[in-house]
Design a protein around this ligand. Structure first.
Ligand SMILES: *[C@@H]1O[C@H](CO)[C@@H](O)[C@H](O)[C@H]1NC(C)=O
Ligand SMILES: *[C@@H]1O[C@H](CO)[C@@H](O)[C@H](O)[C@H]1NC(C)=O
Ligand SMILES: *[C@@H]1O[C@H](CO)[C@@H](O)[C@H](O)[C@H]1NC(C)=O
Ligand SMILES: *[C@@H]1O[C@H](CO)[C@@H](O)[C@H](O)[C@H]1NC(C)=O
Ligand SMILES: *[C@@H]1O[C@H](CO)[C@@H](O)[C@H](O)[C@H]1NC(C)=O
Length: 481
């Protein structure tokens, strides 16, 4: 018996037929493409293998024959004092001067802005002399060695005066217009010397970063294999300098790296086995193989078993520079999850100064609220305030804790980014991850993570760190510092 189909059913049959035809055409097109361009896939493969081979060869050739040695370096603002037996590290100033004295062939510097000579404040400030000294030394070697500087395109308030002087002395400078390229800035701060030593950390090329701002960085000596990998990030910045540049997509294979979160570089660091890699942001500046900075931070939080200690200047789960601002909970969620699911102890040491974004504090209070007496999660937040005398208060953009690092019971992470969304989505920054978890050495201070934890605990327990009890009072104090 014939049952007339409903019009609805007919439509479904028609649509199904149409979908089948489209799928058939697509398959046909794919077959034609395969017939016409049979070696496309082949080519892909060759490129991949060759990059892999280059990586492996690098490792074998160089193999870090030299005894890589890592030193944590700090700038402690003038007038700040910790307890008698507290951790003391070499200064960033001494580290930079040592790097300059070691340099024989080349110095490559990735930088946000330059203010090494005290020409911007129109004051004569004795604490600027270290910056001036570093600058003079850089100027002196600029004619003799290859000195290259990649710098963010300056905003109206910033100047390129320092770099013009270096250029006249023989340095090469490239200006990276990150605002045009990614709507961000080049916020990275690192040095590579002779493709053998390197510095990475929070200090800007600013005299204040040596004497008036609290900074943390790391210098690795005699480590050509790591320096070479960081060199690829420098080359990437160099290649996108100028006003007509664009970001390649994909990046040519010689920018790719075999060293990342999954396959870190294995080497001996001060005679202790270690696994290291550099992460980079934003994702557009991560060629094949490079772990992006956010992925790296999240993987470190997820990997922690006992504690996560974070010391950053800003912690805002928001994209603060975008319009409209967006909620950006990636890091926040992973911290809460670590505290809730694995009972990891989470401590945040955040900075407060006159330029602090007030919208940061409610988010910090919200995290700190997890430590309730009913279901106690081990989450604590403290605010670090760098004190200032009347004199010091007159120095603009100084007297702040500018550190950007994290330490867990397993890993040390030293970065250059503030912890808010913008820094991972469109701003260029780098991070160094040092993992020495399965080194069986139990000697105190033998691993980088242990040394970094000592620094964190020194600051955490110092009189400069305040609990979050009265945020209103605290923020108003910071305003006048
Ligand atoms: C500092 O260390 C010395 C030697 O280890 C010790 O005798 C002294 O009590 C310590 N001082 C403080 C303030 O902890
Ligand atoms: C680097 O290695 C050289 C020998 O190749 C050595 O003289 C120098 O002390 C090492 N530097 C550091 C900081 O370990
Ligand atoms: C990759 O090769 C190009 C072309 O030879 C070169 O300009 C660029 O500097 C290289 N990049 C790296 C990271 O070596
Ligand atoms: C550190 O190394 C161990 C051992 O290889 C590994 O299991 C762990 O995932 C690493 N941690 C991080 C955060 O990369
Ligand atoms: C981030 O860090 C830079 C300096 O490193 C600072 O000038 C800027 O104000 C910071 N603020 C925010 C909101 O990210």
């Amino acid at each position: 018996m014939y049952t007339p189909r409903s019009p609805g059913l007919q439509k479904i049959y028609r649509d199904a037929a149409l979908v089948l035809v489209v799928i058939f055409i697509l398959i046909l097109l794919m077959m034609v493409q395969l017939l016409l361009f049979p070696f496309n896939h082949q080519m892909d493969k060759t490129i991949r293998t060759s990059s892999g081979t280059v990586g492996a060869a690098d490792y074998l050739d160089v193999g870090c024959p030299n005894p890589c040695s890592l030193v944590l370096v700090e700038s402690i603002p003038e007038g700040m004092h910790f307890g008698l037996n507290s951790t003391v590290n070499p200064s960033i100033f001494d580290g930079w001067m040592k790097l300059l004295s070691e340099a024989e062939r080349s110095i490559d510097i990735a930088s946000f802005y330059w203010a090494m000579r005290n020409t911007d404040t129109h004051t004569s400030e004795p604490s600027a002399s270290q910056g001036e000294e570093v600058f003079q030394e850089l100027q002196r070697v600029s004619g003799k060695l290859s000195v290259r500087v990649a710098v963010n395109k300056p905003s109206k308030s910033q100047s390129l005066a320092d770099l013009s002087v270096l250029e006249q002395s023989g340095a090469e400078v490239t200006v990276v217009d990150m605002l045009r390229l990614t709507t961000g800035v080049l916020h990275t701060k690192f040095w590579i010397v002779d493709m053998r030593h390197l510095y990475i950390g929070s200090a800007n090329m600013d005299w204040r970063s040596l004497t008036q701002v609290k900074e943390l960085g790391v210098i690795i000596y005699n480590c050509s294999c790591l320096a070479k990998d960081l060199g690829k990030i420098f080359e990437a910045y160099w290649s996108i300098g100028g006003s007509n540049s664009s970001i390649p997509s994909p990046w040519p294979s010689n920018y790719s790296t075999p060293y990342n979160e999954k396959t870190p570089m294995e080497l001996n660091l001060d005679n202790t086995p270690a696994r290291l890699y550099f992460s980079s942001s934003p994702p557009a500046l991560c060629p094949e193989g490079r772990t992006d900075d956010l992925t790296s931070i999240l993987s470190i939080i997820d990997d922690a078993e006992e504690f996560v200690h974070v010391a950053v200047m800003n912690y805002i789960p928001v994209t603060t520079f975008s319009y409209p601002k967006r909620f950006w909970p990636a890091i926040d969620t992973h911290l809460r999850k670590a505290a809730f699911e694995r009972r990891v102890s989470v401590r945040l040491l955040i900075s407060c100064w006159q330029h602090s974004d007030p919208s940061m504090f409610p988010f910090l209070e919200s995290l700190a609220a997890l430590k309730s007496k009913w279901k106690p999660l081990d989450v604590e937040v403290r605010i670090f305030v760098v004190p200032a005398t009347q004199e010091q208060m007159r120095i603009p953009y100084s007297r702040v804790n500018h550190n950007k690092y994290m330490v867990t019971d397993r890993v040390a992470y030293i970065g250059t980014s503030n912890w808010s969304g913008d820094y991972f989505q469109n701003t260029a920054g780098v991070g160094l991850v040092v993992n020495q978890t399965d080194s069986n050495t139990r000697i105190p201070s033998s691993t980088v993570a242990e040394q970094l934890r000592d620094i964190f605990m020194r600051d955490w327990d110092s009189p400069y760190s305040k609990t979050m009890n009265n945020v209103e009072e605290l923020t108003s104090t910071c305003k006048y510092i």
